[in-house]
Design a protein around this ligand. Structure first.
Ligand SMILES: Cc1ncc(COP(=O)(O)O)c(C=O)c1O
Length: 380
């Protein structure tokens, strides 16, 4: 029977047969997949082999490719791609936490993670203790269920003593969760120092081009089990387009991080010599960051908020952006963006002043970055 035109138009989605394959993965936008029979459908729902491809909330090929690449980069066995870095945070705690559990976290944390631990985790019936980074190993006592640190902290650029924290967590039987966003797996693989769960805001260096929002949780397949069930059940997984863009960014991660780190060393040197700069936060050579010290730094302007406002207005090349990790050099003012969630008293306790600026160094020609910094500082 000849089909009607409306039918022909709606059934236009058959795959084209070919002996060749595209060299980059196609973006698979399908929200749902079709099945040939009921047994295969039931097997997929029960988590059989085909479970990656039956309903997008449960996973899709673009997300899986990102997961496999990140698991290999972090050396964790498996990974779970999420809708954002914060979706990763929510998925980790929803998957791991039980009522009455005790969490010990570093106080100097990304503002979103800090706000989640302060405002949300209590509602899940858990108790959070925040301590300064150097006090972390002593604070991890038996009964601690989860420990949270950042490899390089946001925004004070403190490098965690991962080996000491890892040892303390193991002794206490706690799960060590490390946010590796600032270091990236190019500079540090926290699992080698005892981390059980490593996560990223994929929105930053992994993507690197300011055009995707994603997060990735790297851990063993067993530990990821309840997190994967939460992500599938509640829809905290990554979208195919964001997964694709993050995966494409990963291809140049090594090159970008190396170049941006070399640039950061020179930016830190210029700032350290400048009379309008009271303090520069940039890691010393340390065994946790190799072979580079990273693209992230922060510095304290003399003169507080007024100086910070003048500085951002004067920058021509360096853009004021409440994010990081792009190919372009960007700056932000933590007290007015990532850490605006905190009260002034909390910021003072952590050490985030109104004169603190954070810089994410890009891959431009270093002479142009230094020239922009110098002319902007001259106007402060
Ligand atoms: C260190 C760190 N972790 C997590 C996040 C949250 O990531 P996202 O914005 O992708 O949710 C951010 C965001 O700035 C961050 O800087």
């Amino acid at each position: 029977m000849r089909r009607g035109r409306a039918t022909i138009a709606t059934h236009s989605h058959r795959e084209i047969e070919s002996v060749s394959r595209p060299v980059v993965p196609p973006i698979t936008l399908a929200s749902v997949y079709e099945f040939g029979d009921l047994d295969t459908l039931l097997a997929a729902y029960k988590g059989g082999k085909s479970a990656w491809s039956f309903y997008r909330r449960f996973g899709h090929s673009n997300g899986r490719l990102l997961e496999e690449t990140m698991a290999a980069l972090e050396g964790t066995g498996d990974a779970l791609a999420c809708a954002s870095g914060m979706a990763a945070v929510l998925t980790i705690f929803s998957g791991l936490l039980g009522k009455g559990d005790r969490i010990v976290a570093q106080r100097d944390l990304y503002g979103g993670t800090y706000a989640y631990l302060q405002n949300q985790v209590g509602r899940l019936g858990a108790e959070v203790t925040l301590v300064d980074g150097e006090d972390l190993p002593a604070a991890i006592v038996p009964g601690t269920r989860i420990v949270v640190v950042e490899t390089v902290s946001n925004p004070l650029i403190r490098v965690a003593d991962l080996a000491a924290v890892g040892r303390a967590a193991r002794r206490a039987g706690a799960i060590l969760v490390v946010d590796n966003t600032f270091a990236t797996p190019i500079l540090c693989r926290p699992a080698e120092w005892g981390a059980d769960v490593v996560f990223h805001s994929g929105t930053k260096f992994l993507n690197g081009h300011g055009d995707a929002v994603s997060g990735v949780i790297c851990a063993s397949r067993k530990l990821l089990g309840p997190m994967r069930a939460f992500a599938a059940g509640m829809g905290t997984g990554v979208s195919p387009l964001d997964a694709w863009l993050t995966l494409r960014g990963l291809k140049t991660l090594g090159l970008r991080v190396a170049r941006a780190s070399d640039n950061a060393v020179q930016v830190a040197a210029l700032l350290s010599r400048h009379r309008k700069v009271a303090r520069v936060n940039y890691p010393k050579p340390v065994r946790y960051l190799r072979p580079h010290r990273g693209p992230m730094l922060s510095f304290e302007l003399r003169g507080g908020l007024r100086s910070a406002a003048r500085f951002v207005r004067a920058c021509r090349l360096i853009r004021l952006v409440p994010s990081l990790g792009d190919v372009t050099t960007t700056c932000t003012h933590p007290a007015r963006s990532s850490h605006a969630y905190m009260s002034p008293a909390e910021r003072a306790l952590v050490g985030i002043s109104d004169g603190l600026m954070r810089i994410s160094t890009g891959i431009e020609d270093i002479a142009d970055i230094l020239e922009d910094l110098s002319q902007a500082l001259a106007k402060v």
